[in-house]
Structure formats: C-alpha cells, structure tokens
Ligand binder design. Structure first.
Ligand code: Z5A
Length: 210
C-alpha cells in the first residue's frame, strides 16, 4: 500500500469530525492526496446498515447483531473505498475503525475485547492496519454539552456508565498499541491541532524519505 491510513477515535462529541476535517486540509496543503471517510456508512450498502444501526426503534438491536453489522459496513468500505485508495497512493483519514468495535461492542456492550479481536483476525488479508490512530479522549461528563444542539441517536441516548466503559477500553487499548496516540480533547482546538500536526509531520517526513 502506497498511501497512509490514519484513523480517528473517541466517544461522541470528542471532536473527531472537527479534527479529521482539519487534518485533511493540513495534509492537502502539504500536497498530499487525501480521502476522508467515516464508519459506519459511506458506501450505499454501508449507509443502509448505518440507518439500521443508529435509528432508535421499539425492537432491541442485539449486541451481537450490532457487532456483525458494524463489521459488514466496514468490509464494504474497505473493499470498495479504503484499500483501492491506499493502493493508488491516496492517504485515507477514517472517522472510526476497528477500535470503535473494540471499545463500543467489546467494552460498552460488554461482549469482550477478545471476541472483537477474533473478528478482526477473521478479516485476514482484507484488514488494513492503520499507520496512526488519534484517540481524542474526553470524560463522558463533557458529552452532553458537546451534543447539546442536535437530536440524539440510539448510541447517544445511552447512560453515562456505557461511555465510561468505552473510554476505559479505549485507554487500555492505547496502552497496548503503539500506533494509538492519546490526545486530551478537553483542550482548546488550537492545542489539539498542534499535537495532531506533530503526529502527521512524522508520517509526511517518513513517506517523503521513502
Ligand atoms: N460505532 C460502534 O458502536 N462501533 C463501531 O465499530 C463503529 C461505530 C464504527 C456512529 O456515530 C456511532 O456508531 C457511534 C459509535 C458507533 N456512536 N454514536 N453516536 P456518528 O458517526 O453519528 O457519530 P460519532 O462518530 O459518535 O461522532 P459525533 O457525535 O459526530 O462526534 P465527533 O465527530 O467526535 O465530534 P464533533 O462533531 O467534531 O464535535 C462535537 C461538538 O463539539 C461540535 O460542536 C464541536 O465544535 C465541539 N468541539 C469539538 N472539539 C472541541 C473542543 N476541543 N473544545 C470545545 N468544543 C469542541
């Protein structure tokens, strides 16, 4: 793969959409071709799955159903969009990826981290390992303020303990995985983006030396 693969993770309202758009502009201004995408969704099939996953309804979506639908959307996005872009040499910035399944379904829904890692291994040669994952860390108490001006989806309507488990799982994963860089996302955006720029500069310099 000639392109670089960078993922952004964190609980809702941690600033992923805001900072991924900023990072895409930052890389483009360095002359890099960038594709910005998100999970779940983005492909036609993925957007249908996203509707099933996010809509609040009177029938419970079982945690294992949720897990498999996240992976179904992911495989469609990888095969249709991400892998072809990386092969072309385009850098891909993705808002959420496998670490979201580990944190939300493994931790939040208590399905277990190992069960989710088994599914990641089952992706085999269709799994693209991120070169860098930016984990925007906020305590769940900050979430309601960040989401105050929009209607809540099925995940956002969960109680605080759900987001505490997610945050804890993310932080444990970050302690194990050197590709994951944790940034305190309660800081002002300018400070967060200065830290992201340092991380991106490392990848840009590495790839220009290849
Ligand atoms: N999900 C899952 O369970 N398992 C999986 O494997 C995957 C996903 C892939 C997708 O939601 C849902 O799917 C998600 C997890 C689950 N749960 N939910 N909900 P989504 O795609 O609709 O949304 P999201 O990924 O959770 O992102 P978000 O809610 O849009 O938040 P965000 O992108 O992280 O934040 P933002 O929109 O950039 O910022 C929110 C507000 O905060 C906005 O007004 C900003 O201006 C403000 N903000 C951001 N940063 C700051 C700082 N530093 N200071 C002050 N204000 C700030």
């Amino acid at each position: 793969m000639k392109g670089r693969f960078i993922t952004f993770e964190g609980v809702e309202g941690s600033g992923k959409s805001t900072n991924i758009a900023w990072a895409a502009d930052y890389l483009r201004s360095a002359g890099i071709e960038v594709l910005q995408t998100h999970e779940p969704g983005r492909t036609k099939i993925g957007e249908e799955l996203r509707t099933v996953l996010l809509r609040t309804r009177d029938e419970r979506l079982m945690p294992m159903t949720e897990l498999f639908l996240m992976f179904a959307s992911r495989m469609q996005l990888l095969e249709e969009v991400i892998i072809p872009a990386l092969i072309r040499g385009t850098w891909v910035l993705c808002d959420r990826y496998v670490d979201s399944s580990i944190a939300y379904q493994g931790g939040g829904r208590a399905l277990g981290v190992e069960r989710v890692k088994t599914l990641i291994r089952a992706m085999g040669d269709r799994y693209a390992e991120p070169d860098l994952t930016v984990l925007l860390d906020i305590p769940p108490i900050v979430i309601p303020d960040r989401l105050a001006d929009r209607p809540l989806d099925r995940f956002e309507s969960e109680e605080t303990s759900f987001f505490e488990r997610i945050r804890q799982t993310y932080l444990e994963l970050a302690a194990e995985e050197p590709r994951i860089e944790v940034i305190d996302a309660t800081l002002p955006l300018k400070s967060i983006q200065e830290q992201i720029a340092v991380l991106l500069d490392v990848l840009v310099n590495e790839s220009s030396n290849e």
